[in-house]
Design a protein around this ligand. Structure first.
Ligand code: SAM
Length: 245
């Protein structure tokens, strides 16, 4: 799914509404900032452009190559690093570590979440915070959902459909992401990518964070900083290392 970073950027071009959320967290908590699963730099590059010292880490070479070329075009200086978010070591220098856009769901199992949160906790500077975005997938399949319609650079529109659902014991998310390029009402190209990853609910996320040596400080229920209520499917956790409390 990440082999085509141009398509990824097209698909995510309509979700810039998270930009202000990350800008506020960076202003509040400061840098240096580490983004885990930085992809094509959708979040990292605007933060670097605002003057934050930034490191972006991702496992997918194609996504990183696109992030590097966009950084060069924009004259931005940030370190983009190929590594696995479940097994990396960096100096404990970061005031802010971020995991936007449910990147943990890409990991095949919840052991990966634990490993990732442990690594993230170990690179926090004293007083540093980790902010993780989570979105619960629907529990059953309700068919392909149109999530975005975008103008295609070569004409027509791209409609993005997600069909994702929880599977097995509830800790797996599976399904498909499909892009239909339409012109004059007809589909001229359709591409589908299978998705298989992992997910969890609020209680289990907190238990994993606790095992990773992290404590949940607050939970936002959306990009406008409203607090999460009990059943919000969209949660943005702010975590601190337990050792410093
Ligand atoms: C949903 S995308 C999010 C990208 C970016 N944070 C954004 O908000 O647009 C998830 C990213 O995590 C990366 N990723 C998946 N598994 C990873 C792993 N084990 N280690 C590092 N990066 C990983 C993928 O390559 C992809 O770029």
């Amino acid at each position: 799914m990440y082999d085509d970073p141009v398509l990824y950027d097209l698909r995510t071009s309509g979700i810039a509404r998270d930009d202000r959320f990350w800008t506020r967290r960076a202003a509040e908590l400061g840098g240096p900032i580490l983004e885990l699963g930085c992809g094509t730099g959708r979040v990292s590059l605007p933060l670097a452009a605002r003057g934050h010292r930034l490191v972006g880490l991702d496992l997918c070479p194609a996504m990183l190559a696109r992030a590097r070329s966009k950084a060069r075009e924009r004259g931005l200086d940030l370190w983009l690093l190929r590594a696995d978010m479940r097994a990396f070591r960096l100096r404990a220098d970061f005031q802010l570590v971020i995991l936007p856009y449910q990147s943990l769901h890409d990991l095949p199992d919840l052991d990966g979440w634990l490993a990732c949160l442990r690594c993230a906790g170990q690179v926090l500077a004293p007083g540093g915070r980790l902010v993780v975005e989570e979105h619960d997938p629907p529990s059953g399949s309700n068919g392909p959902q149109l999530v975005r319609s975008l103008r295609h650079p070569e004409g027509g529109v791209v409609r993005v459909y997600h069909e994702l659902r929880r599977e097995g014991d509830g800790s797996k998310v599976a399904g498909e992401i499909r892009y239909d390029h339409e012109r004059d009402g007809a589909v001229v190209e359709s591409r589908s990518f299978p998705f298989l990853g992992s997910c969890t609910g609020d209680a289990e996320f907190r238990a994993i964070a606790d095992r990773a040596g992290l404590q949940v400080e607050r939970v936002y229920g959306g990009y406008n900083d409203t607090p999460a209520d009990e059943d919000t499917p969209h949660r943005l956790y702010v975590l601190a290392a337990k050792r410093q409390r």
